[in-house]
Design a binder for this molecule. Structure first.
Ligand SMILES: Nc1ncnc2c1ncn2[C@@H]1O[C@H](COP(=O)(O)OP(=O)(O)O)[C@@H](O)[C@H]1O
Ligand SMILES: [Mg+2]
Length: 254
């Protein structure tokens, strides 16, 4: 299996404080890889560096074997990024939002129309194609945000907290769609502070705190780190608490 993401010694500082602090991580082709950590852990900063939207102070990122600094033109078409902060335009119609992002990759004409329709159908927005994004509910905006990242068939898809602030129905829809995207062959990075989602969705998980990865493994391997006996049924929440001495929920939900 090929390594899709290779991060080595990544550091990002603000005001001389490292918010990503020597992060090292490998993600393999075909994974749904979860990055789990509380608000402020450095998840979004890390994703922004993977997408070349932010420059690291130190460290190296390789995607599909390419150094993203040297080979950014080769790398960019391979990535789809669904940012935590919605990147859609309220004064554009749903289809125009998808067009805007898809056309950036040089897709034109009939192919562009087909990709717009496909992305809207995939996210359950076909019947809202001509509606302005500003009229959408929170869940619909999140889905449109996803549609905008699909048109160019990226081989690596990054979802940064795609289910924050939406109703359970939209949440389940999005999680099912992410599984479908993965089944169709894309590697997925899924960033969240919701442990239940990460546990249900991800083949492997990195637990992140204070800019560092403190443990990596399958959900079961992570639980083994703190289980006293193999039959003990514990949650990733308890793993986090044991490894960090902190409760995830205390400062993510309050
Ligand atoms: N542009 C910035 N300037 C200063 N501090 C920042 C900036 N962006 C993020 N931070 C800080 O970096 C830390 C990590 O943020 P972030 O990557 O957004 O965490 P997460 O996505 O895990 O919630 C936080 O303490 C945040 O306040
Ligand atoms: Mg974030």
């Amino acid at each position: 299996m090929d390594t899709v993401v290779r991060i080595d010694g990544l550091i990002k500082k603000y005001d001389n404080k490292a918010v990503v602090d020597g992060l090292t991580l490998d993600i393999q082709e075909g994974e749904i890889f979860g990055l789990l950590g509380p608000n402020g852990a450095g998840k979004s900063t890390t994703m922004n560096m993977i997408c070349s939207l932010l420059k690291p102070n130190a460290g190296k990122i390789e995607l599909f074997g390419y150094d993203i600094k040297k080979d950014s033109r080769k790398v960019k078409p391979l990535i789809g990024y669904v940012p935590q902060d919605l990147a859609i335009y309220g004064n554009l119609k749903a289809w125009e939002n998808v067009e805007l992002f898809t056309a950036l990759y040089g897709i034109k004409g009939e192919a562009l129309k087909d990709e717009i329709d496909r992305a809207l159908e995939f996210t359950g927005l076909s019947d809202k194609k001509n509606a302005f994004a500003k009229t959408f509910s929170g869940g619909m905006k999140r889905r449109l945000n996803i549609a905008c990242a699909l048109g160019h068939h990226p081989k690596l898809l990054i979802f940064d907290e795609p289910t924050v602030g939406i109703d359970p129905q939209s949440r389940n829809f999005i999680l099912e769609r992410i599984k479908d995207i993965n089944k169709e062959g894309s590697t997925v990075i899924y960033t969240s502070h919701y442990m239940e989602e990460v546990e249900a969705l991800c083949s492997r998980v990195a637990i992140m705190d204070n800019g560092k990865v403190i443990a990596v493994g399958t959900p079961d391997e992570l639980k083994d780190l703190v289980r006293r006996d193999p039959s003990e049924d514990i949650s990733l929440e308890q793993v986090f608490l044991t490894l960090t001495g902190k409760k995830l929920r205390d400062y993510t939900e309050g």
